[in-house]
Design a protein around this ligand. Sequence first.
Ligand code: GLU
Length: 325
Amino acid sequence: MKKLLFSILAVVLVIGLAACGSSESGGDAQGESSLPSQLIIATGGTSGVYYPLGGGIAQIITNNTNVSATAQTTGGSVENMRLLGSKEVELAFVQNDIAYYAANDQLMFEGTAVTNLQGMATLYNETVQIVLPENSDITSVADLEGRRVSVGAPGSGVEANARQVLEVFGLTFDDLNSQHLAFGDSVSSIQDGALDAAFVTAGAPTAAVTELSATRGVKLLSLEADKIAELIEKYPFYVEDTIPADTYPGVAETTTVAVKAMLAVSSDLPEDFVYEATKALFDNKDQLVAINQRAASIAPENALEGLSIDLHPGALKFFQEEGLK
Ligand code: GLU
């Protein structure tokens, strides 16, 4: 009987302590900030790089902080900024160009700037890949006119990149038979012969493209040097990028452009939590490299490169401790 009473007491105590703990983590020591017990990380489609890496980051946060996190599939960068702005998610993967537009009331965010958007870290290069079936007769973006082309999922960053690349060739979506497909659907449509080309902005190798190289065979389209220069001049977040030969089996070296993938957070998140999450991300990077080789470039010394929005104070504290400016 005594034993039973003790057990009940112990259980009550544990529950009580847990309640205290959670109310503490939910408290707002910094006025506005609040920490929900369950965080959501907005990622991208299941065939991209954001989603699997987001799953890894969710695991790292769950294991190393006092909140749990899950990865949510989305259309990509543009949708992620809207989800962060409407506070449906607390963390988001985003291309650095799209984050800049969201924070600064530009292009697709004109009149709908995201005011609670802050940066945590930049992660890796995302390459603008124009994917063709191996036997394609297309040799330049100019040849895409009138063809069946996937310009990326609705709400993706891909769509914005496709629009801008086409623009320097004097083309718009209306000049193509444009389709708005996620990577997985783009690739299966090329596989079935229902699509002539697909824009994919993602860390290379991108699993969906690797799959296509194994079945139908792929080719990647290079951009001409003068077009790259024009694009960078007009939209300075692009950098020239080379996809080495055999990144996809049998595919030659390809010259194109890239932007940066970054992790963005809501400014509502408390400083302590973002500090811990940032630290945990870098301390456990190996878990991410095991998911995708692209994560190898995730490092504090690279994480401010291409950062296009203000850092969250918790991330700032981490980088200052690392001696970075
Ligand atoms: N960068 C892509 C986008 O924002 C998503 C890439 C990925 O899912 O890995 O649309």
